[in-house]
Design a protein around this ligand. Structure first.
Ligand SMILES: Nc1ncnc2c1ncn2[C@@H]1O[C@H](COP(=O)(O)OP(=O)(O)OP(=O)(O)O)[C@@H](O)[C@H]1O
Ligand SMILES: O=P(O)(O)O[C@H]1[C@H](O)[C@H](O)[C@H](OP(=O)(O)O)[C@@H](OP(=O)(O)O)[C@@H]1O
Length: 285
């Protein structure tokens, strides 16, 4: 695709003949992905290796200038974004209205649904997905909107079983949204700062699977996770403890020597069914 320039009278065929982006192969069709990401996200996600791999597969990443009208940029085949704020959402909604041919990953309303750890999981709970390959569920959880002094009574009333994982209710990609704590006793829960969600801790052998889904593509990776909490540890410990991002990319367990019962990947047919249901219910790619 030739990117528009001043003397471009009409959009030529999707060939890279007069492109202003480096020295690319002539006469090669590209899918143009316009991206709007924070500088932190560009650094952590858009590595040169990824850009090179994408280019070899005919995909070109082009930065969206957030200081210029989106419609004056491109043309794009896809807009990939991870920005927050009402203004950006309005810009994107207007762009979607005037550019129905462009795939926006993902529609702002759908993402809003995922910015909350209650609504994010509600669609999984509603799915009630269970078949011969397995069952998909969510930990029992309780949302605390305000008044931390009410937490112990609320936990007792809900019948949640300790230990509990405390997570900010808002999951907007901010550093604060990743500040998680592990609570061993109810009384200490009063130290937490609502709004938050309290989830029962689910022992899972210290390994978790991160499943990445784009369209029909599913990629599963193993990551180290919080270790199991035994009843003995629970009886000996008290308090609330902040823990780091234990399952980040650096905590890969793909090549670790693990017990097969812990390392066995989830059945592919179950993941495919889950992915299909999530995409349908969440209206995301
Ligand atoms: N209910 C739970 N039971 C046991 N461990 C849990 C539970 N919830 C979270 N964890 C542990 O906490 C880690 C982070 O949890 P979660 O993925 O919900 O937070 P996050 O901030 O979204 O993480 P990420 O860094 O992937 O964005 C998980 O990798 C897992 O180790
Ligand atoms: O294990 P990964 O690297 O996939 O974890 C991601 C995580 O899934 C989220 O995408 C995080 O993005 P935010 O929610 O916007 O924070 C990523 O955080 P980042 O700070 O590394 O971009 C995690 O890496």
């Amino acid at each position: 695709m030739r990117l528009k320039d001043d003397n471009d009278e009409e959009e030529g065929p999707k060939t890279m003949s007069h492109c202003s982006i480096g020295h690319l192969q002539p006469e090669k069709s590209f899918v143009i992905v316009g991206y709007a990401l924070t500088s932190k996200k560009v650094e952590s996600f858009l590595k040169p290796k990824l850009e090179g791999l994408a280019r070899n597969k005919g995909i070109l990443f082009v930065a969206i200038d957030q200081n210029r009208p989106l419609s004056d940029q491109g043309p794009f085949d896809i807009v990939l974004h991870k920005l927050t704020g009402k203004e950006w959402r309005q810009i994107l909604e207007e762009y979607r209205r005037t550019h129905p041919e462009v795939t926006v990953l993902d529609p702002p309303d759908a993402i809003q649904h995922l910015h909350n750890r209650q609504s994010m999981l509600q669609c999984v709970a509603d799915m009630n997905l269970s078949d011969t390959y397995g069952k998909v569920g969510v930990p029992r959880q309780l949302v605390i909107k305000r008044d931390s002094s009410s937490i112990p009574d609320a936990v007792t009333k809900a019948g949640l079983i300790l230990p509990l994982v405390a997570k900010p209710l808002v999951a907007d990609g901010s550093a604060k949204s990743h500040e998680l704590s592990l609570a061993y006793d109810e009384y200490s829960l009063q130290k937490l700062e609502p709004p938050l969600v309290l989830q029962e801790f689910v022992n899972h052998g210290g390994v978790l699977f991160k499943v990445y889904i784009v369209g029909e593509a599913i990629k599963v990776v193993r990551r180290f996770s919080l270790p199991d909490v035994t009843k003995r540890e629970l009886s000996k410990n008290a308090g609330v403890f902040r823990f780091p991002r234990v399952s980040c990319a650096a905590a890969s367990a793909d090549d670790a020597d693990l017990d097969p019962s812990v390392a066995e990947l989830p059945p592919r047919p179950l993941l495919e069914r889950l992915a299909k249901e999530l995409r349908r219910r969440l209206v995301v790619f």
